[in-house]
Write a protein that binds this ligand. Structure first.
Ligand code: FES
Length: 114
């Protein structure tokens, strides 16, 4: 059975087999999710956010342990969460890219003052 995963904020969607990890679905959709351990649940860089009623597999004990203390509900490790139904997943902005974007906005504001 195929299911559709939509990634925000890009809005890209992909149809994948049920049981595919969110990380693999993102790669097929051409959506970039940061990873250093390539899916071994070690780096914790692949976090995404999904509604609790989404079509993702329940948290495994390992994923729950790794995400302990995260303050944002709905946070999942894309390398561990599997797609079991149609779902929408939010991919947070890369922190480095966000820092560069903020700095460029600050610079633009300062340029306007002069
Ligand atoms: S890819 Fe490293 S924890 Fe998911």
């Amino acid at each position: 059975m195929n299911v559709t995963v939509t990634f925000l904020p890009s809005g890209r969607s992909v149809s994948v087999r049920a049981g595919t990890t969110v990380l693999d679905a993102a790669r097929r959709a051409g959506v970039s999710i940061r990873t250093r351990c390539d899916g071994k649940a070690a780096c914790l860089m692949c976090k995404v956010v999904a509604d609790s009623s989404s079509g993702l597999s329940p948290l495994s004990d390992n994923e729950r342990y790794k995400l302990a203390g995260m303050d944002r509900s709905g946070t999942r490790l894309s390398c561990q969460a599997r797609v079991v139904g149609h779902t929408v997943v939010e991919v947070p902005e890369d922190p480095l890219r966000a820092a560069v974007r903020r700095q460029l906005m600050r610079q633009a504001e300062e340029d306007e003052l002069w």
